[in-house]
Write a protein that binds this ligand. Structure first.
Ligand code: HEC
Length: 123
């Protein structure tokens, strides 16, 4: 009897706990962005070695007029959704073979999730 009273409450608390642990941490993502900032800005129209990442989430790949993309990136031809970004950032040179983005990737899933949550704020 006791179990039946407490178990729904327990399940509910577990979900709250899981929810907060699973939520992306934008501030942490901003710290990770420092790795990208070597080659990318978060400002509109400002390219460095790499293209500006302003508005990157939802943008088509290789879509900036004022940036000279590699043929590999031009051929990739996909929209940068959180999903495509997640794959690309885990291992850029496998997902876009021949890209001139010389970056080994971010292997930690949570770090990528936080970074992408930060990238989503750049609009
Ligand atoms: C060493 C420099 C360098 C670093 C570090 C770097 N990038 Fe890049 N990135 C580039 C270059 C160069 C390109 C253009 C690639 C091409 O044309 O093949 C690029 C392209 C991209 C693109 C495709 C942009 C578009 O307009 O299609 C995304 C997205 C991207 N980088 C995200 C990131 C993120 C996020 C990080 C940090 C985790 C990062 N990059 C780190 C150099 C870098």
């Amino acid at each position: 009897m006791r179990f039946w009273i407490w178990s729904p409450l327990f399940a509910c608390l577990m979900q709250i706990g899981a929810g907060s642990a699973g939520a992306a941490d934008i501030e942490a993502g901003k710290v990770t962005f420092k790795k990208c900032a070597l080659c990318h800005t978060n400002e509109k129209g400002k390219n460095k070695v790499g293209p500006s990442l302003f508005g990157i989430v939802g943008r088509k790949s290789a879509n900036l007029d004022n940036y000279n993309y590699s043929d590999a990136m031009k051929k990739f031809d996909q929209v940068w959704t959180p999903q495509t970004l997640d794959k690309y950032l885990a291992d850029p040179r496998t997902v876009v073979p021949g890209t001139k983005m010389i970056f080994p990737g971010i292997k930690d899933e949570t770090e990528r999730e936080n970074l992408i949550a930060y990238l989503e704020t750049l609009k």
